[in-house]
Design a binder for this molecule. Sequence first.
Ligand code: HEM
Length: 524
Amino acid sequence: MTDKREETGNSVSRVDEVLYRGIVKPQTSSTNLHNGAPVPSENHSVTVGQQGPNILSDVHLVEKLAHFNREMVPDRIPHAKGHGAFGELHITGDVSRYTKAKLFQPGTVTPMVTRFSTVAGESGSPDTWRDVHGFALRFYSEDGNYDIVGNNTPVFFVRDPMKFPDFIHSQKRNGATGLRNADMQWDFWTRAPESAHQVTYLMGDRGTPKTTRHQNGYGSHTFQWINEAGEPFWVKYHFISRQGVANFTASEAELTAGRNADCHREDLYRAIERGDFPIWDVKVQIMPVGDAENYRFNPFDVTKTWSKKDYPRIDVGHFILNRNPVNYHAQIEQVALNPGNIVPGIGFSPDRMLQGRLFAYADQQRYRIGPNFNQLPINQPLHPVNTYSHQGSMAYQFNEAKAPTYSPNRFDKGAGYLDDGETSSSGTDIDYGEARDVYVSPDPHGANLRRGAYVKHAEDGDFVQPGILYREVLNDDERERLADNISSAMIGVSESVEERCYWYWSSVDENLGARVKGLFAQKK
Ligand code: HEM
């Protein structure tokens, strides 16, 4: 067998960076109770005398049985059966004129994890049941995790996310019988004729790949790339196996399902173990944004491909899988791959299926793993996450005590705290009409996506109506109580916030600002 270790170059340390995060190194040779105390015995429970029953004071027995009951997390609804490996992306081409994404710059090496899967079967189902096969990649890039969650086919069954749950139901088990059911499958497919392209792949040889190593992968959707100058391009990903493509015949696949249900998982594991590292060439098709509207196929319909004659594939580099997981559950089962995980230089597209997926993945992961799934070592990016999101079940990462938990805030950006409130902390009225952040439009027909946009009408100033309320609606007594309540509520504010309070209330009404200031001076 060829040892492809030399192809990994400086790879060893890069991929190990993510592979070994989270491993616990035992301090002693004896095992521990979950509180860290030594376990008296792993093999013998405590009994009352020679013949008596067990007792609850054997806390290790209770803990061991209870934890065992909780070993499983819910399966992914689609793509429950999977396997994966670690490796690296090497960029040998130059696509810098299309994207500024750091992971795609010439010479860059990025650690990655993959998960390969079937779609319809449960977590123990055979790898060779005829199915589309998931081909999901996570790159731990300098700018954060970038996930490409694709398949071994370049298209999909439906083009509207509304149909996705129905499609999956038709492929899984019948509600009444608990059996998979050809009638449901064909009923759905023939009533959703946009499925014909994908079903042609599925019923052909690609529905039964011989190994994971001998299949190509595709990002399937159209995505956006954005270069340093801010110019957008439409892009499709192709991952071409250097091992070649090999498929089982239908009868070989059926036989293999009985002989070794995990043959794809085993083949990949054994190949990596013996140093026969599989490699895929990474290629892209690039479409200038201006071509999209009149291209002969709708470029945002995931049931269609782009002709390679119209948009030839461009070499980007390759990825190599050279490390097996250290723990299947922690590193493959709990990986939370998500098409929504993108990095600067990459964008989405108006593909409606892609838009639907942007909601669905993280939602299932919150349910499947828990709201803090991103804190697991396999899901952490290379650099620490700086965020205002906090707490929730199983939260174990937290910010330093003085870090604010909200935005906008008065704290110093330079100290590493995010502050989105530049305009609102400037002390002037916010001009909502000025979008702070205008996106490159994902809509070829020209709709702009804006952040912070607001149509400001003639009297829309933030302080106009509260000023009227103070001057024209409240009576003298109410105005006095208002100023009194405000000044009491301010007790405890820092000096800088005190000043902002005077600005705020003076902007509502000069007289109110002055009253608050006077009262607060007496109370603080
Ligand atoms: C897994 C939803 C379309 C490929 C999943 C998961 C969900 C999901 C909820 C489980 C995620 C998790 O718990 O980690 C959807 C929805 C779709 C859609 C709502 C359409 C609206 C697609 C398409 C592709 C795809 C078009 C391929 C081009 C995959 C793969 C996985 C997956 C490969 C497994 C990822 C892994 O290995 O962890 N999908 N999906 N899905 N989906 Fe989709």
